[in-house]
Every structure is written in structure tokens, then in C-alpha cells.
Design a protein around this ligand. Structure first.
Ligand code: SOE
Length: 381
């Protein structure tokens, strides 16, 4: 460990994502001992002193700040990790880029395309490494799906189908704004399920199946008014509670996407299925180490859906310490993303998805909302 180069991290925002990222930094050198770099947890930052102190102590940060500008001004920080609500992403990222810091930004990149464009410009101008935490790409079974598609096993792709279903906002008593609940406040979040959940599905889809050309969407806000935590008053709800869209991909395939926070019984059901000329694959976050695969070229008497438990040493991310048959969890997708970011420091290679990649997802999200609002098809570009 001592002879590794250091990547000194300053993390802003101590909520759920602050925890997942911090766990990634803490674990990565154990799981990926060959990396040249190791993260050093220099400072955590959050507005509330008691909260940030407790967070820093729990996760092993050397110090804390209550003002993100002070954190960015420090010359003992190499990389800024943005885990704040979405309304702070652009301002912090642009300031961090101007200060020459590398940036790891929580998804979605931004609330709007306009903000996203400025963020992409800022990191390009500063020439700094950047990545956006679309963590599901780095679940080994999802990475295996990418390998199977890229190797041509599926052949021409006809259909891409994805769902992200939750049920945590059904109660009308839930306020908008505040800890965790900023996701219900359009000013803070930008959009509802489109930016929060479908953005994951879109990122994975673009990565696996290429560019999305155009979209036709519908959205619904089931609970029209909620108490706003900041004002204490009942205010209009401007987020999409549910969104369904279909689309054309550049490669000629058709896509169908659905997301809602009103699917009683579903906590985080992210699934996708891809149907190709020769083979199909499907994946379900609730059984995250399994990739289901059907290959029509199999001998007919044994042809059927295979259930690949992705734990074999040859499979992505699986060769470091665990043995076939033993599973890993959601938190490892973040460990893997840290590993890939550290790896990217060893060369000129970017760590995907970069701000520029995430901007493509942002374009689709914006087209989806515009399509729903206008009840018409929208081109993504
Ligand atoms: C919302 O509940 C949420 O935590 C998203 O914000 C995350 O991005 C998603 O991975 C899980 O659900």
C-alpha cells in the first residue's frame, strides 16, 4: 500500500450515495491490489457540522468541511466526488473543474441539458478526468451482457426492453424536499423517475445497444400536491411519478422503457431484456449475479434459457478474491467503478461513462419529458 500513488478524495454530500461511494473507496485496494493508485479519504463535506463529523468518523475521512467551496479550494484534494442533490451538480462540477480537480459526479449528470452542456464544456476545457456514477454497468452480469453483445452472439438486435419499478412515494403524506425527499421536488431533482431511475436504464441501453434516435413518451403525476419541506406549505408537484416511453435505436431496434414509484411491492426492480436474431439475454437487479441467455443455435433437444450465475473466474470483475458460486452485492458496483477510475489514471484512457457520455443520456431524458409534455415524437438530437 505504501508505494502506491495517492488519489486524495474530497466528497461532497453525505447521504445514501455518499455512503456507497465511501464504501467503494475503502474497499477498492483490497479487491484490486494491482492498481497503481489508492484513494485517500481526505475530507467529507456537508452543510450540517454534526452530520458531517459523524459521517467522516464512520467512513474514515481525515477531516471535514461544511462549505463545499472551502473543500474545492484545498490543495490537498485531487478529486471531488459530488453526491449532493442534482441542483448542486453543475455549480460544484464547474467550480471543481476550474480549480483543476478531477470529478466523480453522481447520476444524473444534471437537471437540464443546458446545465449538462456547461459541465461537459468545463471538464473538456480543464482537461481533467471525469466520470458519472452509472453504477449498474459494473455489475458483473451486466458487463457480461455487454461482452456477449459485442462479440456478436446475439446477432442483429430487434428489441430492447427495460423497467425500473419502485413503490416508496405512494403515500400522499410524504413531503417534497429535504433529506432523501428532494427527489420529489422538481427544482432540486430536475425530473422525477425519468432522471432518477430511467436515466439508469437509458445509460445501460446506450452502452449495450447504441444511440437512441427518437422517443415517444407519456408521464403521469399521481399525487398533484404535497407539503414542501422548505416552506411548510402545500405546493404543486412538478415531477413525473411514472414514465413510459418507446423509441428507435440507431441500429434499427425498438426500445420500450417503463419506470414508476407507484408499483406496489417493487422496491428497486430494474430489469432488461434484449432480443437478437440468434440469442436473447435478460437481467434482473433482484438476482444481480445471474444473466439469463437463450441461444437458438443450441442443439434443439437441449435448447432453452440458460441461467448463468456470473461468478466464474473468467467473468468480468470476478478474478480477484472470491471463488465460483459465491455471490457479490450491489455495493460492489461502486467498488468496481472506483477501480476503473483508478485504472484510468494509469493511462490517457477515460473512465466511462464520462460527462460527455452521460450528456447523451441527458439528451434522451430531455427528449422523453418534451415528448410527454407535447404528446408527440421527439428526436433526441
Ligand atoms: C431512488 O430510490 C434510488 O436511490 C436512485 O436515486 C438510485 O440512483 C437507484 O440506483 C436506486 O434508487
Amino acid at each position: 500500500m505504501a508505494n502506491k500513488k495517492e488519489l486524495r478524495i474530497g466528497l461532497i454530500g453525505c447521504g445514501f450515495m455518499g455512503r456507497t461511494h465511501s464504501n467503494g473507496y475503502n474497499r477498492v485496494s483490497n479487491f484490486f491490489p494491482d492498481l497503481e493508485y489508492r484513494p485517500v479519504l481526505k475530507a467529507a463535506c456537508s452543510r450540517t457540522e454534526n452530520k458531517v463529523k459523524a459521517f467522516a468518523t464512520q467512513w474514515g475521512y481525515e477531516s471535514w468541511e461544511t462549505d463545499w467551496k472551502a473543500l474545492i479550494a484545498r490543495d490537498d484534494i485531487d478529486a471531488v466526488d459530488i453526491c449532493t442533490p442534482n441542483d448542486m451538480h453543475a455549480e460544484i462540477a464547474i467550480a471543481a473543474a476550474e480549480a483543476g480537480k478531477m470529478i466523480l459526479c453522481e447520476k444524473p449528470l444534471s437537471r437540464t441539458l443546458e446545465e449538462g452542456e456547461k459541465m461537459v464544456e468545463a471538464v473538456a476545457k480543464a482537461g481533467i478526468k471525469n466520470t458519472v456514477w452509472y453504477n449498474y454497468r459494473r455489475i458483473p452480469a451486466v458487463t457480461l451482457a455487454k461482452q456477449l453483445i459485442d462479440s456478436g452472439k446475439l446477432g442483429r438486435i430487434f428489441h430492447y426492453r427495460a423497467n425500473f419499478l419502485q413503490d416508496w412515494t405512494i403515500s400522499p403524506e410524504l413531503p417534497q424536499g429535504g433529506e432523501g425527499l428532494w427527489r420529489l421536488d422538481a427544482d432540486a431533482a430536475g425530473s422525477g423517475v425519468t432522471g432518477d431511475l430511467l436515466a439508469h436504464c437509458i445509460d445501460t441501453a446506450i452502452w449495450l445497444n447504441g444511440t437512441i434516435k427518437d422517443v415517444s413518451a407519456m408521464t403521469e403525476t399521481f399525487i398533484k400536491e404535497r407539503v414542501h419541506q422548505a416552506t411548510g406549505k402545500v405546493q404543486k408537484v412538478d415531477i413525473d411519478d411514472a414514465c413510459i416511453f418507446h423509441c428507435h435505436f440507431e441500429n434499427g431496434s425498438l426500445g420500450l422503457f417503463e419506470s414508476t414509484r407507484y408499483a406496489r411491492g417493487h422496491k428497486a426492480l430494474y430489469t432488461f431484456e434484449i432480443n437478437g436474431e440468434h440469442a436473447s439475454i435478460r437481467w434482473d437487479l433482484h438476482d444481480l449475479n445471474r444473466l439469463e441467455y437463450f441461444d437458438h443455435r443450441d442443439e434443439s433437444i437441449v435448447r432453452g434459457w440458460r441461467s448463468i450465475h456470473v461468478t466464474d473466474g473468467d467473468q468480468p470483475f470476478m478474478d480477484k478474491w472470491w471463488v465460483p458460486g459465491l455471490s457479490i452485492g450491489y455495493e460492489h458496483s461502486f467498488v468496481h467503478q472506483v477501480a476503473d477510475f483508478l485504472k484510468s489514471l494509469e493511462s490517457e484512457a477515460p473512465c466511462a461513462p464520462t460527462f460527455e457520455d452521460a450528456y447523451e443520456t441527458q439528451k434522451v431524458c430531455e427528449a422523453v419529458i418534451a415528448s410527454a409534455n407535447s404528446r408527440s415524437w421527439k428526436n433526441v438530437d
